[in-house]
Design a protein around this ligand. Structure first.
Ligand code: OAD
Length: 241
């Protein structure tokens, strides 16, 4: 199976790779939906990943994201992240990397042009539309940080449930999907939209779809091949060209 996929990669004019939490599992970052270790098996998304939750309990939500940020700072990109970054630099213009991950590990591996659909764990932004007083100089320490003049809070720059994806990132992802002839779908359960819809769209347009995941996923039904291996084992083999 991997021989066939390697051939498809060699033939592809434009390759899109969509990654999810499983991409970073071998770096030590927990996924969301794995039964024992997934974040959403231990924590409630309604209490931690919505704007309402942040407004109701800003310190609790801020602290949870701060702890994830600290955990990610202690780990590094794995062989899969590095294989993607090296492929990109060996084949300029042939690969578009789209991720649902907020951990920044693709970027730390050297994939500077990663399209981050769900934001960045390492960044924050104003909760409410910033007033004139809300400047970098007005930010005072606290959990959360806030504007010392008007009290506007800083919030994690990630996409929460019920929020729109960053428009520019989604548009760039859709443009790449429109022109790809092969899409690798790595380490995602494929249950969160619009990210999962990009895979359906690639399939409908006639692009080949390859799912790389040790477990079955919702997207296997549109896959031309499923490689049941972990990302950090599989990608270095597939992306040797
Ligand atoms: P999930 O936790 O839903 O799915 C992770 C997938 O990774 C599962 O299908 C696992 O089988 C697979 N997996 C585990 N280890 C792997 C490995 N070593 N190699 C390859 N695959 C592996 O995570 P996502 O699909 O990324 O959104 O979740 C999508 C979104 O839901 C996240 O971006 C997040 C979450 O709520 C927001 O926070 C907005």
């Amino acid at each position: 199976m991997t021989g066939l996929v390697r051939q498809w990669i060699a033939e592809a004019k434009h390759l899109v790779v969509l990654t999810g939490a499983g991409m970073s599992a071998e770096s030590g970052v927990p996924t969301f939906r794995d039964a024992m270790t997934g974040l959403w098996s231990q924590f409630s998304p309604e209490e931690l990943a919505t704007e309402q939750a942040f407004r109701a309990h800003p310190q609790r939500v801020w602290d949870w994201y701060a702890s994830r940020r600290e955990a990610v700072a202690l780990v590094g990109p794995n062989a899969g992240h590095i294989a993607l970054a090296e492929f990109h630099s060996r084949h300029p213009g042939r690969l578009t990397l789209i991720t649902q991950n907020v951990d920044g590990l693709h970027q730390r591996a050297g994939s500077a042009h990663t399209i981050a659909l769900h934001g960045a764990l390492g960044e924050d932004r104003w909760l409410d539309a910033p007033l004139g007083c809300c400047t970098p100089d007005s930010i005072e320490p606290g959990r959360p940080l806030r504007c010392k003049v008007c009290g506007n809070l800083r919030r994690p720059a990630v996409v929460w449930f019920g929020e729109h994806l960053p428009a520019a990132a989604l548009e760039a992802a859709e443009v790449a999907v429109q022109r790809c002839d092969l899409m690798l779908v790595v380490g995602t359960s494929g249950v969160v939209y619009p990210a999962a819809g990009l895979v359906l769209s690639a399939h409908q347009r006639g692009a080949r779809v390859v799912v790389i995941n040790p477990e079955p996923t919702d997207l296997d039904r549109v896959a031309d091949a499923c490689v049941r291996e972990p990302a950090a084992v599989c990608l270095p083999k597939l992306l040797q060209t």
